[in-house]
Ligand binder design. Structure first.
Ligand code: TRP
Length: 345
């Protein structure tokens, strides 16, 4: 006899997560948060500050509380509205860890060995990386499938993890096909939005913009003052050639492409139109415009972040409310999963 389940497969449900690792920069903002606010207008969205993910790197742990509040403040300041979206910190919904364990038991070491992000992060000292860092994509799969999400906005660097999520969902569906009528998990699709797929360092167009880059000039932090933003944009590396009128002529000009992508993201225009607008001009001209665009968008956000960081209780209240709502969904789905496996009677 097939099992009777309580959870419903939603029509279109978005799940995404951002790690609380302090010093947020415009790469995090354009690559994730800005898209989140757009999606909440149409879809059923669940967003998580993934503190358990941040813990996979031990040096993050000491600052985790502060970083969680700061990243939540940034997300709220960017326009995530608790009436439209669910916003919570991952560790407050214990079902994530429980489902991650279940998924650990159906995932193959070979799958995880192929993850390029692990290879890059662990580097040559593989034995020194934490077990958490190794199995991190399994926790990410649990995050997504715990809400039976159908769509996941992610950056390019997370696409492989989403593939793994699909493999885990598929394995589960196949393994337990005798217990349920339909496939329990739909295979979640990536949503990769806008020109900001990968925002690169302002000092090196081949390196991702990163909070751990030793040069602060390589990134624009969300907490940077206006004059700091202008000066970083002014100093951003470019090349001596003018802006061309088509994308093909940008080939190999990594710093130029990066500045144009950043411009496109902040102006909400596409790259083609920007090239037509600026073609023949030098980068100093574009940079002046770009500084203004960034400052106009970021300054109100920075102000609101500062306000929230001075009123931490407001942030905490939002997280608690969000956690309660997330847990309501997670509890039903996890109970169904345990029933399907035979862990719950
Ligand atoms: N791994 C993602 C990152 O580092 C963060 C993340 C965790 C995530 N769980 C997720 C993103 C689930 C999307 C869906 O950027």
């Amino acid at each position: 006899m097939k099992i009777d389940l309580k959870s419903k497969q939603p029509r279109r449900r978005i799940f995404s997560g951002i790690q609380p690792t302090g010093n947020l920069h415009i790469g995090n903002y354009l690559g994730a948060i800005k898209n989140w606010t757009k999606l909440q207008e149409e879809d059923d969205c669940i967003y998580s500050i993934v503190d358990l993910h941040a813990m996979t790197v031990p040096s993050n742990v000491l600052e985790i509380k502060h970083s969680t509040l700061e990243v939540t403040a940034a997300v709220i300041a960017s326009g995530i509205d608790q009436k439209k979206s669910i916003l919570f910190n991952q560790s407050s919904v214990p079902q994530h860890s429980e489902l991650a364990w279940i998924f650990n038991c159906i995932s193959k070491i070979g799958w995880l060995n192929r993850m390029t992000q692990f290879k890059e992060k662990a580097g040559k000292k593989r034995d020194n990386a934490t077990v958490g860092l190794f199995s991190y994509p399994v926790l990410m799969a649990a995050d997504i499938l715990l809400y039976r999400a159908t769509h996941v906005p992610v950056g390019e660097d997370q696409k492989q993890h989403l593939e793994l999520t699909r493999d885990i969902a598929q394995t589960f569906n196949t393994m337990f096909h005798n217990q349920i009528d339909k496939k329990f998990f739909s295979l979640p699709e990536p949503i990769i939005l806008g020109p900001a797929k990968r925002i690169m360092s302002l000092r090196d167009g081949m390196k991702k913009m990163s909070k751990s880059d030793i040069s602060d000039a390589s990134r624009i932090n969300l907490m940077d003052e206006k004059d700091v933003i202008s000066s970083k944009v002014k100093k951003a590396k470019t090349d001596p050639y003018p802006i061309p009128d088509n994308i093909n002529d940008l080939e190999g000009r990594h710093e130029a492409i990066n500045l144009i992508n950043i411009y496109a993201s902040f102006s909400n225009k596409n790259v083609e139109d920007i090239l037509i607008e600026f073609s023949g001009k030098g980068f100093s001209y574009l940079k002046n415009n770009l500084s203004d665009l960034i400052i106009n968008e970021i300054s109100p956000l920075t102000r609101e972040m500062r306000h929230l960081m001075n009123n931490k209780d407001e942030i905490i209240k939002i997280l608690i409310d969000g956690s309660n709502k997330a847990q309501e969904i997670a509890d039903v789905v996890l109970k169904d999963i345990k029933k399907i496996i035979g862990l719950n009677f």
